[in-house]
Ligand binder design. Structure first.
Ligand code: MLT
Length: 314
């Protein structure tokens, strides 16, 4: 029998665009993942997938845009660990995590690097920590806003070395790294998807990675971990996931998740991501239910870390 009323629109329809909202400035690590993913999603999803940046307030403005978007599969969010740090940092979020989103699967895990302006004299972590001790009260540490990955890493770093630094927030770590290269700020903890190229071009000085084990990518394999440099339990890796507004119809959510699974096996996507030190998800976190469970557990984990580091923001 014919479906009465508005026939169920086939998803995705040819004349509509699927927008992946990136909650940080263009050109940064989140944007990098989103643009590579958008390209890999086009064919399996059978849609024109584009990226649109809505930056500010450590990803909470972009996340709010998607939380209130029509739940029709045409407005998605690519975000990272910030989904699990915002609840502890913002008392007045326009949405709640984990409940106000549809979980569409996780994408990758990205290590971070501790880097400094090119004029920093220190040539290794030991010399850098001496410089930190001598410059207490005068250190500018960039980040991408409260709740961003760079903010979280910076929080953990200050807490580990017991030295307060002046946070300098940007709309993403693309503008932050530009200022670092220009010497306007001293330090930045940022993802390898954004720093690998700058390290290779010697535009910044790199001191350590934030993973428990050293990286294997040729460019970064000689960088010590912060853990082996004396900050024993230091470990932060930035995971990324894909989200839709709560109430996205299950058949649409499934089509997007199915397309994501194909994209994550796309050799070109994997090559691009691994070339930047990222590790594409191959485990069960690609399943929406596991994705949701993982984010809920991460909220508890990072809330404890943030409370221990003692920083809150309204
Ligand atoms: C972050 O620090 O959360 C991200 O690296 C910001 C960005 O993607 O620009």
């Amino acid at each position: 029998a014919a479906t009465f009323g508005a026939a169920a629109q086939e998803y995705p329809s040819k004349d509509k665009t699927v927008t992946i909202v990136v909650p940080f400035a263009a050109g940064g690590p989140t944007d990098r993942v989103a643009r590579d993913l958008a390209e890999a999603l086009r064919k399996p999803l059978g849609a024109n997938v584009v990226v649109d940046n809505t930056a500010g307030a450590g990803s909470s403005i972009g996340a709010a845009r998607v939380a209130r978007a029509a739940p029709d599969g045409y407005t998605l969010l690519l975000n990272h660990i910030g989904m699990s740090t915002m609840p502890a940092l913002y008392r007045k979020l326009a949405f709640s995590v984990p409940n106000d989103f549809e979980y569409l699967g996780m994408v990758n895990d990205v290590p971070m690097t501790l880097i400094a302006r090119p004029t920093m004299a220190a040539n290794n972590y030991k010399e850098l920590s001496a410089w930190l001790a001598q410059n207490k009260g005068k250190i500018n540490l960039g980040n991408a806003g409260l709740g961003s990955a760079s903010h979280l890493c910076g929080l953990m770093f200050q807490s580990a070395v017991q030295i307060d630094m002046t946070p300098v927030p940007y709309k993403g770590t693309a503008p932050a790294i530009t200022d670092l290269i220009g010497g306007q700020i001293d330090l930045l903890c940022d993802q390898t998807t954004n720093t690998s190229g700058q390290i290779e071009a010697k535009k910044v000085k790199a001191y350590a990675v934030t993973t428990q084990k050293r990286l294997t990518t040729p460019l970064l394999k000689d960088l010590p971990t912060l853990a082996e440099s004396g900050l024993k339990n230091f470990e932060v890796t930035i995971w990324h996931g894909l989200y839709g507004p709560k109430g996205t119809p299950p058949d649409i959510a499934k089509k997007i998740n199915d397309a994501l699974k194909v994209a994550l096996k796309d050799p070109d996507f994997i090559k691009k991501q691994e070339g930047l030190g990222a590790v594409v998800v191959t485990d069960k976190r690609v399943e929406p239910a596991e994705h949701k469970k993982f984010v809920a557990a991460e909220i508890d984990k990072w809330t404890a870390v943030i409370k221990a580091a003692g920083t809150y923001a309204d």
